[in-house]
Design a protein around this ligand. Structure first.
Ligand SMILES: N[C@@H](CCC(=O)N[C@@H](CS)C(=O)NCC(=O)O)C(=O)O
Length: 179
């Protein structure tokens, strides 16, 4: 708490004592410090802007609408707020539609033709969407998004952190028992 007064994760401390919070800032710093900075953060201003658009979308929209309902109903990190739960899940439908549209035509990546930080952040929240919300009906309405997710879920690095991809049969309910 002395180093990170917000008491939230993620929280980053570099070898040199550099402290950083907020997932996008941490991911950008790590990407910028490595050999794939241009690829991950964008090679031109428009790609850079689009990558920021999707990383903000992941940290804002997807965190609220995919993670928060799970944090309330399953992890019990936060007390259940039924109105908020319903609002997040309703908004999640819009998020899925936005991603589906962005990936129209079977695009493999959100920005350009290589993996960027946009994909890394969006795919990490897809874990919650597929496991808790993407029932057969939702999957049918978002074939491009599902194919996109599956291609990332198949790589060993994804499996190492998230395990095998799981798809829910029934969408998460407010009174879900710990799963
Ligand atoms: N905007 C922050 C959100 C950080 C955040 O809310 N983290 C949650 C867990 S994913 C947390 O640590 N919550 C504990 C709390 O709210 O006390 C980010 O993207 O890093």
């Amino acid at each position: 708490m002395a180093k990170f007064p917000l008491g939230k994760v993620p929280a980053f401390e570099g070898h040199d004592g550099f402290l950083l919070t907020e997932s996008t800032a941490i991911a950008s710093y790590v990407a910028q410090s490595g050999p794939k900075a241009d690829q991950l953060l964008g090679r031109d201003v428009k790609s850079q802007a689009l990558i920021k658009q999707w990383t903000s979308f992941a940290e804002g929209e997807m965190f609220q609408n995919a993670f928060m309902p799970v944090a309330m109903a399953v992890m019990k990190f936060y007390p259940m707020n039924e109105a908020a739960f319903d609002r997040h899940v309703e908004n999640l439908e819009k998020d899925v539609k936005a991603l589906e549209k962005a990936l129209e035509g079977g695009k493999k990546y959100l920005v350009g033709d290589e993996v960027t930080m946009a994909d890394l952040m969006v795919v990490s929240f897809m874990y919650y969407i597929t496991k808790y919300f993407a029932d057969a009906e939702m999957r049918k309405t978002a074939p491009n998004l599902m194919a996109y997710f599956e291609s990332f879920a198949a790589v060993p690095e994804y499996k190492k952190y998230f395990g095998e991809a799981e798809y829910c049969e029934k969408r998460l309910a407010k009174d879900a028992q710990k799963q």
